[in-house]
Design a protein around this ligand. Structure first.
Ligand SMILES: Nc1nc2c(ncn2[C@@H]2O[C@H](COP(=O)(O)OP(=O)(O)OP(=O)(O)O)[C@@H](O)[C@H]2O)c(=O)[nH]1
Ligand SMILES: [Mg+2]
Length: 328
């Protein structure tokens, strides 16, 4: 057996290189995200590293890699799931759930269903908005855009109006962005410039309110004040927003940083831009934090959906997310 590693910016390119060099019968043994080489690595980019094998004589020019894990080759279905970007633990769980007699000819659809069933506990599947839904998270992950998508959908799809609240009054630009959306959508819009303001707004409103916060460190005094007001009220559901391509280490750091906000839900954004949501999902599985919404593009309001088991499975398997609208 001849083994070789391929490092490319995307899974697609890595698989193409495997095919080109080893031929179509090559077997993928493992897929991992590794730091990219050269300047891309310096700026934090990651490559996909695929270890593949082909059943032929080892030539002198192509030494065997001693570190490859032969166990994966033992089950072609595990290898197929690893190649699709699923992590090893999950891949093994999926395979264990499929009777051995069926494993040879299992369809993509069946794999997605089994994976969905395993991930089902992660889909929050809330059926309505809480009276106050707050969105917190690092800068630029898509908090404001997600709120706009949700408010616009509620208006267009159900004829219901939800209020939009900018709790980050200390940043003029961010407030204006939400105000413009609120005007277009026709949603009531309030700016809470101080924690006292926010307290009054939350006490007053009866319809569901979507509260936007600044993408700043939760250690920031102003953010901490906002979180304190929110933490003291009932009927509030806090969503931590993270981008789909967040690494496992960053996800752990962000979860720790936003612990004070007591997030009860996770929103995963920018699935369309991510090579893999697997590192983030692995951490979320450890924590058992239910996922409320998934976003997969910049379009308001189209590119958002409530997380369902099948949507999460599709995101892991990097299936076309065009099915998102029908799933929401
Ligand atoms: N490709 C893609 N882009 C997205 C998605 N969601 C949001 N964006 C883009 O990400 C950028 C930042 O979005 P915002 O909604 O302003 O992010 P934010 O978290 O409110 O940012 P701050 O308020 O600065 O912390 C915008 O250009 C959005 O269009 C998504 O699902 N996919
Ligand atoms: Mg914002």
């Amino acid at each position: 057996m001849y083994l070789k590693r391929f490092c490319k910016p995307t899974v697609r390119e890595a698989l193409a290189a495997v095919k080109r060099e080893l031929g179509p019968e090559a077997l993928v043994l493992s897929t991992e995200l590794v730091a990219a080489g050269g300047w891309r690595g310096v700026v934090g980019a990651r490559d996909v590293q695929i270890t593949a094998a082909v059943d032929r004589e080892v030539s002198a020019a192509r030494p065997t890699l001693s570190s490859a894990r032969p166990a994966a080759a033992a089950d072609p279905l595990v290898a197929r799931l690893l190649a699709a970007g699923v992590d090893r633990m999950l891949a093994e769980a999926v395979v264990a759930a499929i009777p051995s007699g069926e494993r040879r000819s299992v369809s993509d659809r069946r794999l997605r269903d089994v994976l969905g069933a395993i991930l089902a506990g992660l889909a929050a599947e809330d059926d309505a908005f809480a009276r106050v839904e707050v969105f917190v998270g690092p800068p630029g992950v898509g908090k404001t855009t997600t709120i706009a998508k949700l408010a616009a959908r509620e208006r267009a799809g159900h004829g219901r109006t939800v209020g939009m609240v900018a709790a980050d009054g200390f940043r003029a630009g961010a407030v204006e962005q939400l105000r413009v959306y609120a005007t277009i959508i026709g949603a009531p819009f309030t700016v809470a410039r101080t924690p006292g303001d926010l307290d009054r707004v939350l006490a007053r409103g009866r319809r569901p309110m979507l509260v936007d916060t600044a993408g700043r460190s939760p250690d920031d005094r102003a953010v901490a004040d906002v979180l304190q007001v929110l933490g003291g009220r009932r009927g509030i559901r806090t969503h931590l927003v993270m981008a789909a391509d967040t690494s496992a280490a960053s996800a752990r750091r962000i979860l720790a940083a936003y612990d004070a906000a007591r997030p009860e839900r996770l929103v995963i954004t920018k699935v369309d831009e991510a090579d893999s949501v697997m590192p983030l999902l692995s951490v979320v599985r450890e924590r058992g934090l239910p996922i409320s919404f998934v976003t997969n593009g910049q379009r308001v309001p189209e590119d958002v959906a409530r997380a369902t088991p099948s949507l999460l499975a599709s995101a892991v398997l990097r299936e076309s997310s065009s099915s998102m609208e029908t799933l929401s």
